[in-house]
Design a protein around this ligand. Structure first.
Ligand SMILES: NC(=O)c1ccc[n+]([C@@H]2O[C@H](COP(=O)([O-])OP(=O)(O)OC[C@H]3O[C@@H](n4cnc5c(N)ncnc54)[C@H](OP(=O)(O)O)[C@@H]3O)[C@@H](O)[C@H]2O)c1
Length: 298
């Protein structure tokens, strides 16, 4: 069975995955797009941000697999044939990676670690000794699915008061989490000192986190953005930071990725940037899941 793998914004997926496919799924012949002579032979595609013509001529395509947790860019691809299922692989390890990333950045903002990084550069010993208890910072997790739940559990284990928000009531509920839904967004934002965004990118979440949205957070709140770039209006975020309305931001995803070298976010003193690395699924887990699904097709 022939499959096509594309590159993924700075990650060489073919180099990363081909040895794993060869070892764990020898029935699946994974090729790069330029190695395919007849697109009609392609049974599956493994991709994250496919180029517009990625699926052209794939008239016998059976399935598409996302190399990440989101499928937004695949579903938006104009050449995706209608009716072909698009799968994402829910790697439990990936949710733990997200939880670790969130915990680091919550701690970074709560304990003002940027201050100590600056002090170290000056060789300065100066301590802030109040407000260290996690009970002083109310964390809000925006988007409460697979990733949101794992993040909330990790933060609760560290002692932070955690709330979550999604459109619908939680089923099942998450013990210990105060969950808001539907019309409860204002109440959720109003009690959130550190907002962790893990929303999927949809028509409703694109541009959602703009100046008006940020104003609904308490003065001095911090943003940890781990969802998708298109959700935060970056110029509004910079405006809120410059005005002191927000105390800081940790950004893992950006409107344009890779973030251009001259982008102001790279050098903003209140911002900590990471290059979309909050979590990366484990190749062995992903390949096993793809093999199981492809070999079970009738
Ligand atoms: N930075 C990274 O490395 C990285 C890695 C993995 C994932 N992510 C991001 O995390 C996202 C979430 O992943 P997941 O596995 O947790 O997805 P998921 O299990 O599908 O959960 C999505 C959550 O968002 C809520 N939601 C959807 N639309 C909403 C809206 N308009 N307003 C409020 N809540 C909304 C959903 O609940 P309702 O349907 O009830 O609203 C659900 O709670 C991914 O789509 C991706 O953008 C980033």
């Amino acid at each position: 069975m022939i499959g096509v793998v594309t590159t993924m914004g700075g990650i060489d997926l073919p180099a990363l995955y081909r040895p794993v496919f060869a070892e764990q799924a020898p029935e699946l012949d994974l090729r790069t797009p330029d190695e395919v002579t007849d697109p009609a032979e392609v049974a599956f595609v493994f991709t994250f941000r496919p180029p517009p013509e990625a699926f052209a001529g794939m008239v016998n395509l059976r399935a598409v697999f996302s190399a990440g947790a989101g499928t937004d860019a695949i579903l938006a691809c104009p050449s995706l044939p209608e009716g072909v299922p698009v799968h994402r692989v829910e790697d439990p390890d990936q949710a733990l990676q997200m939880a670790g990333h969130a915990a680091f950045h919550v701690h970074w903002h709560h304990r003002n670690m940027a201050r100590y990084v600056a002090q170290q550069a000056r060789g300065e010993w100066s301590r802030v000794v109040s407000g260290l208890s996690p009970t002083h910072k109310r964390v809000g997790v925006l988007g409460f699915g697979h990733m949101g739940r794992a993040i909330a559990k990790g933060l609760m284990a560290l002692g932070y008061p955690v709330a979550g928000y999604s459109r619908r009531a939680l089923d099942p509920p998450e013990p210990g989490v105060r969950h808001f839904h539907g019309e409860g967004l204002d109440a959720f934002l109003d009690r959130t000192d550190i907002l962790v965004n893990v929303l999927p990118l949809t028509d409703r979440t694109r541009g959602l986190i703009d100046a008006g949205f940020l104003r609904r957070l308490p003065e001095g709140a911090a943003l940890i953005h781990m969802g998708r770039g298109g959700q935060v209006v970056e110029s509004d975020l910079i405006g809120a930071l410059d005005a002191g309305r927000l105390s800081g931001a940790s950004l893992d995803v950006f409107e344009t990725e890779p973030l251009p070298p001259d982008h102001p976010l790279w050098r903003h003193p209140g911002v900590l940037c990471t290059p979309h690395v909050a979590s990366i699924p484990e190749p062995a887990f992903v390949v096993r899941a793809i093999r199981t699904r492809m070999l079970s097709l009738p």
